[in-house]
Design a protein around this ligand. Structure first.
Ligand code: ADP
Ligand code: MG
Length: 261
């Protein structure tokens, strides 16, 4: 049957064309706020990497689900959790008390990198109405973007003076990017509450464990609400990490991209 064969060919062609464009695996198909999508593309991210394709849509699904994402270094894990973080929190500061998202990383340099990625996306994120309200340049966490004040970021890492850290925390950041030792210190010494945390990320979890942060991480987790969404990203999944994930994450989806990622 010739007609049947042609139809089949059409279907295959259509499938091929959709790849990386509309359907399937594009940033456009993920249901992002139009202005967040624009910010992503302004930054030059045209198509999601495999780990982003495999994680972003499921992180945005409701109800929120925990996730363990395993993919090699350089595969794009930062955006895999930063885009859903921003989609969930929005671009504005919330006057409600407490950080809504916490990102834990093993080292100060990495915290700075993650902060840069997050801030650059918010900077490109203009009013939802397409109504452009002035450019926001150098100003850091207190920049206004459109109406309302932009998301505030808190960096809680070793090497910063305690006075600066205190000020940062008093500023009621929406997102805290932290190394575990310093975060735990602020929890204990400054009564920092993590009770508002809805979205918690352990980035480079294998390194967090290699550096001996496992006790600090367990203590930190115990101070967060059970209703949070918890994500763990790592290049490898040693046994200790699997145990930690079992204790700290609820029935997580496992996304594992080995060589091809
Ligand atoms: P990982 O955390 O997995 O090691 P990163 O998140 O640091 O990887 O990303 C590695 C590099 O890839 C960065 O320079 C980042 O800007 C770039 N990158 C990430 N996602 C994309 C994308 N979708 N398109 C183009 N470049 C990307
Ligand atoms: Mg990374």
């Amino acid at each position: 049957n010739v007609k049947g064969g042609t139809d089949m060919l059409k279907k295959i062609k259509r499938k091929g064309k959709g790849k990386g464009e509309v359907g399937g695996g594009s940033f456009q198909s993920m249901g992002l706020h139009p202005s967040l999508l624009r910010a992503v593309t302004i930054q030059g991210y045209r198509t999601p990497t495999p780990i982003q394709r495999a994680t972003i849509p499921s992180l945005l699904a409701s109800p929120p689900k925990d996730l363990v994402g395993m993919a090699r270094t350089g595969s794009g894990k930062t955006l895999a959790y930063m885009i859903p973080l921003l989609q969930r929190l929005g671009r504005r500061h919330s006057h409600a008390f407490g950080a809504r998202a916490i990102v834990l990383v093993p080292a100060r340099e990495l915290a700075l990198q993650v902060l840069k990625v997050g801030k650059s996306l918010v900077k490109g994120w203009r009013g939802d109405s397409g109504h452009h309200v002035g450019d926001n340049h150098e100003d850091d966490h207190a920049t206004s973007v459109g109406q309302g004040e932009a998301l505030r970021w808190g960096l809680v890492v070793g090497g910063e003076g305690m006075d600066e850290q205190f000020e940062m925390i008093s500023n009621n950041p929406d997102v805290i990017i932290a190394t575990p030792g310093r975060l735990l210190h602020l929890i204990v010494e400054m009564n920092l509450s993590l009770a508002a945390a809805q979205y918690v990320v352990f980035d480079e979890a294998d390194r967090l464990f290699e550096l001996g942060f496992s006790t600090a991480l367990t203590e930190i987790l115990a101070r967060m609400p059970a209703s949070r969404q918890t994500l763990l990203f790592s290049a490898t999944l040693p046994k200790s990490l699997v145990e930690f994930a079992k204790a700290g994450l609820r029935n997580p989806k496992l996304v594992r991209l080995d060589a091809e990622s």
